[in-house]
Write a protein that binds this ligand. Structure first.
Ligand SMILES: [Cu+2]
Length: 662
């Protein structure tokens, strides 16, 4: 038998992954009640430690452990990609579709995947769905077909997706297309939310070619384009957000060796982001605000097994360019032009090592570390000179060295008891916005933000623990906690000497370092399976965030809870869910945050699956599934603490999703 050349799928079963949400077909794991038709954001909601910041109904920004994009790493199959919007309208998770992905993995805290840098809060890796080579001599060539359609009443959301695959021992290819369209949605009590529409198309191809028995080339191409995207929480919408994502990888598997696999991948991606305020009424000064991001990079990952050790060595490097500018058109006067991201070129190289050590049959140690070196240059003279006015003597090029190291110890007694404890230290360089941003208006606190090229790197010490036990085979209980102790925490600080440029802004903030800050999270999960098919689960999470003066940090979750009751019999499964959060009593008033009220909603869902064996496709079964559900059953009008400027969530929404696969 030939060993499957799917090292990616083997790597996902690695024990150091904290959590995985399954996007595509596959057994086990967490998954969205909406199935593959769900958006990436809805899939991400299934993960513990993850909350999403919403600025509209599209492109939510993932938060892990109550930390946003700047403290996270997001990679696509290990590839670095950087968003192109100065207002964070386009987290990189918005440039892929459910159809592109097999799963999303989350490493909480400083224990990142080998390609992750700057991941104090956590690292998300979006795993692409690859058909893979056939590895059983007896099978004929295998073809697959997968199609989905979905409809949601609230906002008339339409989703259509189809993909096909072909695999042989020498060659595989899979590709598909996805389309989503949504009109304005209605919040509870039938209140329409203007500028909440969007449209998106996505197409992808993955291919693999086996050069020799143990050597293969793999290529990926993704095109993604969102247009006419409304952002009700912001002053502007998006005319176009477009991404090209490509990669070429060479994989080698070792036989009769302590080394297992070696993968080297080169990649390139380009994002174009065009904001638009022409559809908004009563705009005092029209603005054009385009942004672009280019990233080229490579990594080389070697894995091996040496006695008790399962180790990975990764070397990587990338070059990213970020450019954004803004032209304001005051009526009757000459247009005003400014550079908001001064064409910053970032060259980053790093080396990472992870090691899983099996100490005894019931205990193990996981170690990971990475050292990165970074060079940044401001390539736009105009932008450099504008920022130099505020920072006389600032340089045009900067160097940063960052690193992370994490260790965790795991102890288990069969399935009854599992305990882990971990610690880590890590640092991150300031982002381009934090270091070099120029008059970036933030609608959260109504301040214009200016970057600070003199920022120190931020660092944090992390402590975490997890305790899991089963009293009876049917009852499971777990406690999870972590705490991050920051030094030089980066956040916007008042600058009274400067006046705002944006109409309606309250003033100016410049990014600065706080000497220290703390973020801590604790969650409790219980699961009970009283009889076959019946399952009840409940989860509660409490978080806190404090700055150097003991004041609450912004965007820290209040007490949140979720309880699910599900019943499965044969092809039918039913689920009822209650979720909500308490009043956000400790909100970041100092940072412009306002209080969010408590809310609770009820969701219902049902799924029915049936198979057919078609004579012509004797090797494969066709499988149909239909998913039906009601979200926000009682049409509650509410906003979560993470809804930007308290834009309301969807009111009652009924959905039907149909999918077919062979
Ligand atoms: Cu934007």
């Amino acid at each position: 038998m030939i060993i499957p050349l799917q090292t990616d799928t083997i790597a996902t079963s690695s024990q150091n992954l904290d959590e995985v949400v399954v996007v595509s077909r596959g057994q086990g794991g967490k998954r969205s009640a909406k199935g593959q038709v769900a958006t990436i954001d809805e899939h991400l909601q299934e993960l513990n430690h993850v909350e999403l910041v919403r600025r509209g109904s599209y492109a939510w920004e993932p938060m892990v452990n109550n930390m946003q994009t700047e403290r996270l790493s997001t990679t696509i199959d290990g590839m670095k990609i950087f968003y192109a919007c100065t207002d964070k309208m386009d987290p990189v998770t918005s440039y892929v579709e459910s159809g592109n992905l097999q799963s999303i993995s989350l490493n909480s805290g400083l224990n990142g995947n080998p390609q992750a840098t700057g991941n104090i809060g956590g690292a998300l890796d979006l795993k692409l769905r690859k058909a893979g080579f056939l590895y059983d001599h007896e099978l004929h060539k295998l073809n697959g077909l997968n199609a989905q359609a979905g409809y949601e009443t609230n906002g008339h959301v339409q989703v259509y997706g189809a993909d096909a695959s072909h695999s042989s021992q020498r060659f595989y290819v899979n590709g598909g297309a996805f389309y989503r369209h949504a009109d304005n949605y209605k919040a509870g009590d039938n209140k329409k939310v203007d500028f909440s529409q969007f449209q998106k198309v996505n197409a992808f191809v993955n291919g693999g070619f086996r050069l020799a028995e143990k050597d293969a080339l793999e290529a990926t191409f993704i095109y993604d384009r969102a247009s006419d995207v409304g952002y009700p929480a912001l002053n502007m919408d998006v005319a176009k957000a477009e991404a090209f994502i490509t990669s070429l990888a060479y994989k080698h598997l070792f036989v009769d060796s302590k080394l297992e696999s070696w993968e080297t991948k080169g990649y390139y991606n380009h994002i174009t982001h065009v904001m638009d305020d022409t559809t908004r009424p009563d705009v005092e000064i029209h603005m054009d605000m385009p942004g672009e991001s280019w990233t080229a990079g490579a990594y080389s990952l070697l894995t091996g097994s040496f006695g008790q050790h399962q180790a990975q060595l990764n070397l990587d490097g990338y070059y990213n360019r970020l450019f954004a500018d803004m032209t304001m058109y005051p009526g009757g006067a000459a247009p005003m032009y400014m550079v908001t991201w001064p064409d910053v070129g970032t060259l980053n190289t790093g080396a990472a090592l992870t090691d899983d050590i099996r100490l005894t049959s019931s205990s193990s140690l996981h170690l990971s570390g990475k050292l990165s070196w970074q060079h940044q240059r401001l390539n736009n003279e105009e932008g450099y000179k504008a920022l130099s006015v505020f920072f006389p003597g600032m340089q045009q090029a900067y160097h940063q060295t960052t690193g992370r190291i994490a260790a965790s110890f795991n102890f288990s007694i069969f399935q009854f008891f599992n305990f882990s404890i971990g610690a880590g230290w890590g640092s991150r360089a300031p982002t381009v916005t934090e270091a070099y941003g120029y008059y970036l208006n933030n609608t959260f606190d109504q301040y214009d933000y200016i970057g600070n090229p003199r920022l120190k790197n931020e660092s944090a010490i992390e402590l975490n623990t997890n305790f899991n036990f089963s009293i009876l085979p049917s009852f499971n209980f777990s406690i999870d906690g972590n705490a991050f102790f920051f030094s030089n925490y980066i956040i916007g600080q008042f600058e009274n000497r400067l006046s705002a440029m944006t109409v309606g802004a309250e003033g100016v903030k410049v990014y600065g370092n706080l000497s220290h800050a703390t973020i801590a999270n604790a969650s409790l999960t219980a699961e009970w399976r009283p009889v076959k098919g019946l399952r009840w689960s409940a989860k509660g999470t409490y978080s806190m965030g404090r700055d150097d003066e003991g004041e609450p940090l912004p965007l820290i979750a209040p007490f949140t809870y979720q309880s699910r009751l599900s019943y499965a019999t044969g092809p039918l499964s039913l689920q009822a869910e209650v979720k909500g959060h308490a009043r956000q009593a400790k909100y970041g008033e100092k940072y412009g945050e306002t209080e969010t009220a408590a809310w609770t909603i009820v969701n219902l869902s049902a799924q029915y699956q049936w198979s057919m064996v078609n004579g012509q496709w004797s090797m494969v079964n066709g499988q149909w599934s239909i998913r039906f559900g009601v979200e926000n059953l009682f049409d509650k009008y509410y906003a979560t603490y993470a809804d930007w400027c308290h834009i309301p969530q969807k009111g009652r929404n009924i959905y039907v999703n149909l999918s077919f696969e062979i």
